[in-house]
Each structure stands twice: as structure tokens, then as C-alpha cells.
Design a protein around this ligand. Structure first.
Ligand code: URP
Ligand code: ZN
Ligand code: ZN
Length: 467
């Protein structure tokens, strides 16, 4: 492995920044300081005028996931290659057992699929059903496989949705094992009622998707999940927060001292629900995800929550489909595969809309895209930092360069982009993953299967998170 000296950039951490060189040796951060010498054989990268930051950690992806009668368009090769091209060097994906299936068996399947990954990856486990087998195997998942976070669904009635009784049992089991419960917080009963109402009114288009998933459904489910976590005595991670009142519920709980961590997605900070009113089915359906994009006024509240730490991580919920796949729901919005892409775009969009727009500092950018996820999911200090001894997962971002995001030029394996035509300023010109130069100024240099599995530690007793 070639050593790398990244020279003359501004090193940014979640805590501060300084002009310094960064030396990577044997895949690890070896030194930082001014005028570091380059040992013989070292590759030297000129980072003058650029920001040098920890590689992104995307804590929320769905690669190769079988879903709604099809399979997500990005597998672990294409999805993680796109991640590398966008400056993301670690992902946490979700293993999804079939109803009744052993979670350990499902994990074996996902490990096989993920053997194609080109950046490092870990897993959360979706609690897609509840019973003694699931509960028993959770212990093995935590202790032997390093899977220490479990996602529960309050939505998708008749599918992934669990009744409150099972949520409570699952949260208690997480508490016992030192694992972190995560929730997809939308009220599935109300959504099922509204979907039926839309159908009765003859609404079959993607507009029905947003009309049947109003913000109140998210706010109610977020509050309910928080109450369950508070009373069962376990912290909670709320994924993909899109609604202002859901963010407020998290803020209120945190003010009371409840340990709730909120995640949002770049799309919820910038795209509004007008997309569902388009007459172009492919465009409207391309934005169908759950929860849906919200009216514009929610964005200010979410930005405020990002700024004050209520929403401390950003994922992508990368779950992309082609236009042809979305057409499965041409005559019935409830059959449109739910999900959008973004694994390649998250860093660029957040730099442009966050840092360039003066909403967040470069330090907050690092916290939001990397460090906070590492701390929340027990990847820190191996990931999420440029401190000596950590993995040399590093990006070099040129704040002067611009790029236009488009399906035509992306590495994501789909013909659609929710960011189509958006120009961003601030481009990741180099990505290093454990010291390997995987993205070199427009060129992907990834080797199939080079990604490594990231087992994670459970949290101690009494339960503590890093945040
Ligand atoms: O619509 C979405 N979000 N699809 C992915 C699955 C999930 O709920 O996170
Ligand atoms: Zn979800
Ligand atoms: Zn998701």
C-alpha cells in the first residue's frame, strides 16, 4: 500500500480547523503538522486551497434490498462506488429478514451481497417481525456479529409495521443487550386509512402518496416512539426526520433529558412536496419515498434543528430505483417502490446548501456527515476523525470547483436523480479509503470487494451513547 502525504490543505474536524499536512501510512492516519517530509515512495497530493476532512459516513443505506416486488437498483458494488465518488467512505446498511426468517440467516445473505462493497460497511438489523427466535438471535447479532442497532417500523401496515406491544418488547430487548433501537416513525394505521380514502376518491397518481402520509402521522409516531423509549429506559435513534413537528418532538424530549438522536436527509432540507404535483409520472414517482418530501416551510425548522444539534446525523436513505421500476405503481401509488437515491450526492449537497449558504460551518459539516454518526454507532475513533491511529478515510474538497448533479453523469445505477440539474459548488476531488486512493479527480479506482466489514461494540451498562 502506497503511503500518502496530503499537503497544504485545511484540516477540518468537528472541533476546529488548521492548515496542516496529513500523512497516511499503512492505511492509518500517521501524522499531521506543518511541512511534514514525504518519506521515499510516498504519493504527494497538493491540497492547497482545499479542505481535508474525514470521509463521510452514511448511516442509512439500502443496497440490493428486495422491496415491493423488485430489487433496489444499486448493489453493494455500484452503490459503494458511487459513495466513494461522492466522498463517503463508510456506510451502515440494513439487513432485512423476511417475515419469520432467522435474522442470522438474513445476515448471511447480506454478508454475501456486501462482499462486493468497495468502501467499509456495517449493518443495522431491521426488526421485520417479532418473536422468541428474533429476540434470542439478537444476542448473537450483538455479541458475535457486532450489529448493535435495530430498526423498528411504526409504518407499513400489513408489512413491516409492528404493534406497540412488540415495539415495547423490542426496545426492552435492546436495553438488555446494549443496542440502540431506531424507528421509522409514521403512523401506519392512519396511513392505511388515508390510502383507502384516496383510492375511494379515485386518486391513483403519486399525489396520493403525499396526501396519505401527512406530517401529523410522522409527528404522532415520533412522539409515541420517544415515549416508549423514555418509559422503557432506552435511547432512541429516529431515522429520516422530515416533518417540523417530528423535529420539535425530538427537541422537546432532549430538553427533558431523554436521549433521542435525530437523523435527517439532504433532500428533506431542500426539496418540497410540489414534486408530487407534476404531471410527469416518472418525475413525481421518482420522488416517492417515505416519509415524503414536505411543504417548503418545514425546511427552515429542519435547518434550525440541524444547527442546534436536535438533528445530529445525516443519512441518505439511499434506496434507488429506475424509472421502469417506479412504473410498477403507474396505476396505483401504493405500488410505487418507495425510495430515492443520494449516496453520491449527500456531501456535495450539504456543503453547498449548508456551508456555502452560511447555515453551517465546515466543522458542523464534518460533525453532520461523519463524526456524529461514528460516535452514535460506535465507529469512533476508528472512523469519523483525522486523529492519529484512525483509519485513513479522508476527503479533499475543493471549495472553488462546481459540478452539476445529474442522472447522466452519476455513478448511482439509476436513470433518475432528485438533484437533477442542481449546480453545487465545493467538489470532492480525492477520496481515500484506508489510505487507498479510490476517487482521483474524476476517476474511480475501486477494486471489487475491497470494503471491509465493520462490527460494532454494544454500549455499556448503564446504557450510554456517545452524544
Ligand atoms: O422510502 C423509503 N424510505 N424507502 C426505504 C425504506 C425505509 O423506510 O427507510
Ligand atoms: Zn424508513
Ligand atoms: Zn431507509
Amino acid at each position: 500500500m502506497t503511503d500518502v502525504l496530503i499537503r497544504g490543505g485545511i484540516l477540518v474536524s468537528a472541533e476546529g480547523r488548521r492548515r496542516a499536512d496529513l500523512l497516511c501510512h499503512d492505511g492509518l492516519i500517521a501524522a499531521s503538522g506543518t511541512d511534514l517530509p514525504a518519506p521515499a515512495g510516498t504519493q504527494v497530493i497538493d491540497a492547497g486551497g482545499c479542505f481535508v476532512m474525514p470521509g463521510g459516513i452514511d448511516p442509512h443505506t439500502h443496497l440490493q434490498l428486495p422491496m415491493m416486488g423488485t430489487v433496489v437498483a444499486d448493489d453493494f458494488y455500484t452503490g459503494t462506488a458511487a459513495a466513494a465518488a461522492g466522498g463517503t467512505t463508510s456506510i451502515l446498511d440494513f439487513v432485512g429478514p423476511e417475515r419469520g426468517q432467522s435474522p442470522l440467516d438474513a445476515l448471511a445473505t447480506w454478508r454475501t451481497w456486501a462482499s462486493r462493497a468497495v468502501v467499509d460497511f456495517g449493518f443495522h438489523m431491521t426488526v421485520s417481525w417479532w418473536g422468541s427466535l428474533f429476540s434470542d438471535e439478537m444476542a448473537t447479532l450483538v455479541r458475535e456479529h457486532g450489529i448493535t442497532s435495530f430498526k423498528f417500523f411504526l409504518a407499513y401496515k400489513g408489512g413491516l409495521m409492528l404493534p406497540d406491544e412488540d415495539l415495547i418488547a423490542g426496545f426492552l430487548r435492546c436495553r438488555e443487550l446494549g443496542a440502540l433501537p431506531q424507528v421509522h416513525a409514521e403512523n401506519g394505521e392512519l396511513i392505511a386509512y388515508l390510502q383507502a380514502k384516496m383510492r375511494a376518491e379515485g386518486i391513483t397518481s403519486p399525489l396520493g402518496h403525499v396526501l396519505s402520509r401527512p406530517p401529523q402521522c410522522e409527528a404522532e409516531a415520533t412522539g409515541r416512539a420517544i415515549t416508549m423509549a423514555e418509559i422503557t429506559g432506552v435511547p432512541l435513534y429516529v431515522v429520516h426526520v422530515s416533518a417540523a413537528d417530528a423535529a420539535r418532538a425530538i427537541a422537546n424530549a432532549r430538553t427533558r433529558g431523554v436521549k433521542v438522536i435525530g437523523e435527517t436527509l439532504p433532500g428533506f432540507l431542500a426539496i418540497d412536496d410540489s414534486v408530487y404535483r407534476s404531471d410527469d409520472f416518472d418525475f413525481a414517482a421518482g420522488h416517492v419515498m417515505s416519509p415524503p418530501y414536505r411543504p417548503r416551510e418545514h425546511q427552515d425548522v429542519l435547518w434550525q434543528a440541524v444547527q442546534d444539534g436536535t438533528l445530529s446525523t445525516t443519512g441518505t436513505d439511499h434506496c434507488c430505483f429506475t424509472k421502469a421500476q417506479k412504473r410498477l405503481g403507474h396505476d396505483d401509488f401504493t405500488r410505487i417502490p418507495n425510495g430515492c437515491g443520494g449516496i453520491e450526492d449527500r456531501m456535495h449537497v450539504l456543503w453547498h446548501l449548508g456551508v456555502n449558504a452560511g447555515r453551517i460551518t465546515p466543522e458542523q459539516f464534518v460533525a453532520l456527515t461523519s463524526t456524529n454518526a461514528a460516535r452514535t454507532f460506535n465507529l469512533w475513533p476508528r472512523k469519523g476523525t483525522l486523529d492519529i491511529g484512525g483509519d485513513a478515510d479522508v476527503i479533499v474538497l475543493d471549495p472553488a470547483r462546481t459540478r452539476t448533479l445529474s442522472a447522466a453523469t452519476q455513478h448511482q445505477n439509476t436513470d433518475f436523480s432528485v438533484w437533477e440539474g442542481r449546480q453545487v459548488q465545493g467538489v470532492v476531488v480525492h477520496t481515500f479509503s484506508r489510505g487507498d486512493h479510490v476517487w482521483a479527480d474524476g476517476e474511480l479506482r475501486v477494486e471489487l470487494g475491497r470494503g471491509r466489514y465493520l462490527p460494532r461494540q454494544p454500549f455499556g451498562h448503564p446504557y450510554q451513547t456517545q452524544l
